[in-house]
Write a protein that binds this ligand. Structure first.
Ligand code: ADP
Ligand code: ASP
Ligand code: MG
Length: 473
């Protein structure tokens, strides 16, 4: 697993001087962490966290809470008012609140559509300039709504914080969140900082975005940088379920889920949290909760994403994830000699194609077939890249066959580490339903298969039944 980028403004739980609420779950080595966090940055993070006397009207720093509202939770002015009331409740409890907002639901899709219609091979810097704008609107409207409720609030766009990122446009990683600007406003009496999610500032001074679903990552990164007591992700479901409740009626809400399982589910398609947000929460020990913005809340509501040690009982398989947007590409009759895989996958990587599963067939007479999967919207780029190396004489193949009607279905559970037979059971369930498996990959805690897309929902439901996920451990 690739370790997340450093948030330089945050400290890690590895440093015992720092009052982080939970132990860091081992994901990167101590050496790696030490190399990535400089002492001065740790001091700054510590200073930002410690209650101290300020010269402003406020004598004491309040505890910080991060609340993130997704697209459906800010879809119109009524919902923004509803969310603002929730924020008001936390302010009344004594928190300084950092609110992260998404664009109104559907807005980002509309903006992406406009970009693609205007320029199919768009300049990624302008893509980011356009698609980041949805969050600017909701941030301003949320600040205004709070002000109308007499809650001192101010909105911040990413560049104003500034939320510094890499320059990987449309998939930028957060590098630093200097807390000083917002902390100063809190000291002056502001109670809510409303921050536009999903967006940041590149070293070149241009607006970046963090990849689809990136507001979750903005939220967790702020929670780490400000030492927030908790990061609450308000969405349109009341927690993390054993599978997407929209396609499986028997899906069961989990009170708690381990970071590792959530990380796998997210990366395998469960879009309730962006993968990077879970990586960051795990790394910085952020207390992360997913809950509904539509229901009355209690402190116990939703699902807590936490360390494995904090979960008493767990099923062997704890979740089923799916991803609809998969494509399978096969290069027929490629020369079977050293360096061929390197040539193919270097070209794909340079073209920005995110390859997932890879299978190489047994070779016959020095030739082989190479199959891989990638997101559907990257097929054209993959085809162009492979065609280019063929034209340039770097690779010879008979044909490139693309199957864009596939889906990936995965079962996930940390219990798989110590239990055998999960794969056999999964394959039997699919075969009993007459579903053909095209590609298989496994890791310590997950098994994924590529199947025809038309069977995706059936597969999810059958696996959910067979592994009895509707019942608690
Ligand atoms: P938001 O706009 O609030 O960020 P998203 O649409 O990104 O919300 O994520 C919430 C959606 O994630 C839910 O509506 C649900 O359909 C989907 N989802 C997929 N897998 C799961 C799961 N295991 N548990 C809960 N929701 C899931
Ligand atoms: N609005 C962005 C998206 O739809 C970011 C987010 O909502 O998390 O992907
Ligand atoms: Mg989301």
């Amino acid at each position: 697993m690739t370790p997340p980028e450093e948030i330089a403004g945050a400290a890690t739980a590895q440093d015992t001087n720092l009052p982080f609420p939970q132990p860091l779950v081992a994901m990167v080595s101590e050496g790696q962490l030490a190399a990535r966090v400089t002492p001065s940055l740790l001091r700054r993070a510590y200073a930002a966290r410690k209650p101290r006397r300020t010269s402003g009207p406020r004598e004491k720093r309040m505890p910080v809470l991060v609340m993130k509202f997704g697209g459906t939770s800010v879809a119109n002015l009524d919902r923004i008012r509803r969310a603002a009331k929730r924020i008001g409740v936390e302010v009344a409890k004594g928190y300084d609140v950092i609110v992260i907002v998404s664009a109104m639901s559907g807005k980002t899709n509309e903006l992406v559509g406009w970009v693609e219609e205007t320029s199919p091979l768009f300049d990624a810097r302008e893509y980011d300039a356009v698609v980041s704008s949805g969050e600017n609107v909701t941030a301003g409207l949320m600040a205004l709504t709070l002000q109308e409720m007499d809650v001192p609030a101010r909105s911040w766009q990413g560049w104003q914080v500034p939320l510094k990122t890499t320059s990987a446009h449309s998939a930028a990683r957060i590098v630093d969140i200097p807390p000083a600007n917002i902390t100063q406003k809190f000291a002056e009496g502001m109670r809510v900082a409303v921050v536009a999610g999903f967006q940041g500032l590149s070293p070149e001074g241009r607006i970046t975005t963090l990849g689809r679903g990136g507001s979750d990552t903005t939220a967790v990164a702020f929670a780490a940088a400000f030492g927030a007591e908790r990061c609450d992700i308000y969405t349109d479901v009341d927690g993390v379920y054993t599978t997407d409740p929209r396609i499986c009626a028997k899906a069961r809400k989990l009170d708690k889920i381990a970071f590792e399982e959530m990380l796998e589910l997210a990366s395998l398609g469960a879009k309730v949290l962006q993968t990077r947000s879970v990586e960051l929460a795990m790394r910085y020990g952020v207390k992360l909760r997913v809950l509904s913005s539509f229901e009355e809340q209690s402190d116990k509501a939703g699902t807590l994403v936490c360390a494995e040690e904090d979960i008493m009982e767990s099923n062997v398989v704890n979740g089923v994830a799916y991803s609809r947007d998969e494509a399978k590409l096969t290069l027929l009759s490629v020369a079977d000699r050293p360096g061929i895989a390197a040539t193919i996958f270097s070209a794909l990587s340079e073209a920005g194609v995110n390859v997932d599963m890879i299978v190489q067939n047994i070779s016959e007479e020095g030739r082989t077939d190479m199959t891989f999967s990638c997101p559907t919207n990257e097929v054209a780029r993959a085809e162009a890249a492979l065609d280019r190396i063929k034209q340039d004489g770097h690779l010879n193949y008979a044909e490139l066959v693309a199957d864009t009607d596939v889906a990936k279905v995965s079962v996930v559970g940390i219990g798989m580490r110590s239990q055998s037979g999960v794969a056999a059971k999964m394959f039997k369930v699919l075969s009993d339903e007459g579903i053909n498996i095209k590609v298989i990959t496994t890791s310590e805690i997950k098994i994924s298969v590529l199947i025809d897309r038309k069977y995706m929902e059936l597969a999810v439901q059958a696996l959910h039944d067979a592994f009895e996920l509707d019942k608690a451990a």
